[in-house]
Design a protein around this ligand. Structure first.
Ligand SMILES: Cc1cc2nc3c(=O)[nH]c(=O)nc-3n(C[C@H](O)[C@H](O)[C@H](O)COP(=O)(O)O)c2cc1C
Length: 326
């Protein structure tokens, strides 16, 4: 059996886990949030878009920016640039995107455990803050390397490791192999966070039972549904906290979340453009009655305030109609 209340992480997700969404997820019960992965090459070249990705707020605690890169010196420089503002820095060895892997970064590095260890060692030596790592099981060509890498990274002083139970080759196909995560949990003393295919209380309990992990990370299941963290804790009896939304009606919860996302977004970005807003509008309304028609309308709305309001109206109507099951 797992320890009581193991921490739940909102997974880093590019184009999803912007600062407003991370704060919202925390309000909905996520214990940890992580920024989307940000290129060390962009940060060292002072690229504005890259630096926007690692913005935080005093309410985000701990603040964990995630970085990736194929060049060790660039990674070390980035750690030095970020550590004044970061509580922890997370290194990505899990991204399967071809444009990342072509540069020998992300999950492609898993084919070369020596290089991963060298990179992490250099980052730890340069860092005043803890370094954590997120990785996949391996590349999928040849034997998986995650177990060997985790054992070696523990010896280097990595604080915590998150393992997504798929290979680079699998991308998001097949199932997350929790048994290989369990092998890693059993091989190291540092906390291992299990990731992949946790979508509700049932899969949370099953994943904890099967892996023995110190905590779980939830990605796709929390897109458009940040209340998932509250629901997991409520359904597993981990928390009796009363949420700020009416908990007996999922439509009301969705409406509350959208309104809160818009509020946080306008507070944090002021009049600036929120590039993720339309994507969130789609995910917050996914699968709801009449959502497809409403989304067609969104294509022609270019003012972000109007777009936010249109989605609010739609969700408010649903929340007010008693027969809707979300
Ligand atoms: C849209 C999207 C963007 C992602 N971006 C990142 C990222 O920036 N950094 C990272 O480490 N993983 C990223 N991932 C992978 C997730 O963090 C997670 O490992 C994966 O989705 C498996 O967990 P899940 O089954 O709970 O979704 C992304 C996944 C998705 C779906």
């Amino acid at each position: 059996m797992w320890t009581a209340n193991p921490p739940l992480f909102l997974a880093p997700m590019a184009g999803v886990t912007d600062l407003a969404y991370r704060l919202l997820a925390s309000e909905c019960g996520a214990d940890y949030t992580v920024t989307e992965f940000t290129a060390a090459s962009g940060l060292t070249r002072r690229n504005t878009n890259s630096w926007l990705k690692v913005e935080s707020d005093p309410r985000e605690s701990p603040f964990i920016p995630q970085i990736f890169g194929g060049d060790i010196d660039e990674m070390v420089t980035t750690v030095k640039l970020l550590q004044d503002r970061a509580d922890i820095i997370d290194l990505n060895f899990g991204c399967p995107a071809p444009k990342v892997c072509r540069n020998d970064a992300g999950a492609a590095l898993l084919r070369d455990p020596d290089r991963v260890v060298q990179m992490v060692r250099a980052c730890i030596e340069a860092a005043d803050v803890p370094i954590t790592v997120k990785m996949r099981l391996g590349t999928g060509s040849g034997p998986n390397t995650a177990l060997e890498i985790c054992e070696r990274l523990e010896a280097e002083g990595v604080e915590r490791i998150c393992v997504h139970g798929r290979t680079l080759r699998q991308r998001y196909s097949g199932e997350s192999d929790w048994s290989q995560i369990r092998d890693i949990v059993q091989a190291v003393q540092i906390p291992v966070i299990a990731n992949g295919d946790v979508v509700d209380a049932k899969t949370t309990a099953a994943c904890l039972e099967q892996t023995g992990a110190a905590g779980l990370m939830v990605g796709r299941g929390a897109i458009g549904r940040p209340t998932l963290f509250h629901e997991i804790k409520r359904d597993l009896g981990w928390s009796n906290d009363k949420p700020p939304w009416r908990d007996d009606d999922p439509a009301v919860a969705r409406y509350w979340c959208w309104e809160r996302y818009i509020e946080l977004s306008s507070e944090l970005y002021h009049e600036h453009y929120n590039k993720n807003l339309k994507r969130h509008a789609v995910s917050f309304t996914k699968g709801l009655p009449g959502a497809s028609a409403m989304r067609v309308e969104l294509h022609s709305i270019h003012d972000q305030r109007l777009l936010g309001r249109r989605v609010s109206e739609y969700l408010e109507n649903l929340a007010c109609s008693p027969e809707v099951v979300v």
